[in-house]
Design a protein around this ligand. Structure first.
Ligand SMILES: NC(=O)c1ccc[n+]([C@@H]2O[C@H](COP(=O)([O-])OP(=O)(O)OC[C@H]3O[C@@H](n4cnc5c(N)ncnc54)[C@H](OP(=O)(O)O)[C@@H]3O)[C@@H](O)[C@H]2O)c1
Length: 243
């Protein structure tokens, strides 16, 4: 029986590449999507063309009203099992100190921390039964923080703390690790060439990374590292050395 991996926000970009890579390694895939219904359906079709009945998609918006109990039960029914959880879905946008509000706080925190924690909790029994693993996709900007992104920084720092707490609390049954991308894919709203050149000039490897670099780190933590838990791997071309 193929192992099943659940990837949140997996319809596009890094999540979709991770889904395709893990699928190529023989896993069955469940991706959640919120707005990217077309991309999710295309990815499902493409993966199922490669291997029949190997990918399912599930629409979910992480917000304060979400019923996690129902969501996890429905996801579990898709393949009858979940072995691995990748918390990839994320909100990323600037919030200056005078722009703080309940709305932007909940928007980011509900997606970037609450969903990873609640999914880990609601899938705990299942992941324990499968001797599974969790990977949280964090960010090198947990330290030092990114200017004018106070809520995002707090959310990702919280996700790192969550990763370590879960690693302790869920051991020895479930391993929990983080992967922190550096500059892998530019935000779609960000078109400043100068800003990009500035970031690239500070990366020892002198280039941005590829989504596949993240996918491979995730695979390593899920499959090839049975004695690693509570760790966070920076996949950043050495950028943290110059921050
Ligand atoms: N891109 C980079 O270079 C970079 C750098 C550092 C860290 N990271 C981290 O790596 C991960 C993937 O990066 P990315 O750039 O591929 O991510 P992204 O495009 O910013 O977001 C991934 C997906 O998250 C989903 N999402 C957002 N809010 C949601 C909500 N409230 N409910 C449900 N789904 C929601 C969206 O799904 P829909 O499109 O279906 O709405 C989106 O496609 C993220 O955790 C990100 O923080 C990326």
């Amino acid at each position: 029986m193929n192992k099943v991996v659940l990837i949140t926000g997996g319809a596009r970009r890094i999540g979709a590449e991770t889904a395709s890579y893990l699928h190529s390694k023989g896993m069955n895939i469940v991706i959640t999507y919120s707005k990217s219904s077309k991309d999710a359906k295309m990815l499902k079709k493409s993966l199922n063309n490669k291997r029949e009945c190997s990918c399912e998609i599930y629409k979910v918006e992480f917000n304060s009203k979400l019923d996690f109990n129902k969501t996890t039960r429905n996801i579990l029914k898709l393949f009858g099992r979940v072995d691995y959880l990748i918390n990839n879905a994320s909100k990323f946008y600037p919030t200056k100190i005078n722009e703080i509000s309940d709305k932007v706080w909940s928007d980011t925190i509900d997606t970037n921390i609450k969903a990873p924690l609640f999914l880990s909790s609601y899938f705990y029994k299942e992941l324990k039964k499968r001797r599974g693993a969790i990977v949280n996709i964090i960010d090198i900007h947990v330290e030092p923080p990114l200017k004018d992104h106070i809520i995002y920084n707090v959310s990702k720092a919280g996700l790192l703390a969550l990763t370590r707490s879960l690693a302790k609390d869920l051991a020895p049954h479930i391993r929990v690790n983080g992967v922190s991308p550096g500059a892998i894919m530019w935000p779609e709203s960000d078109s400043s060439k100068k800003k990009k050149m500035d970031i690239l000039s500070k990366i020892p490897m002198r280039c941005s990374g590829e989504p596949l670099d993240i996918a491979k780190a995730v695979y390593f933590l899920l499959i090839e590292s049975p004695y690693i838990t509570g760790q966070n791997i920076n996949v950043d071309g050495g950028r943290r050395l110059n921050m």
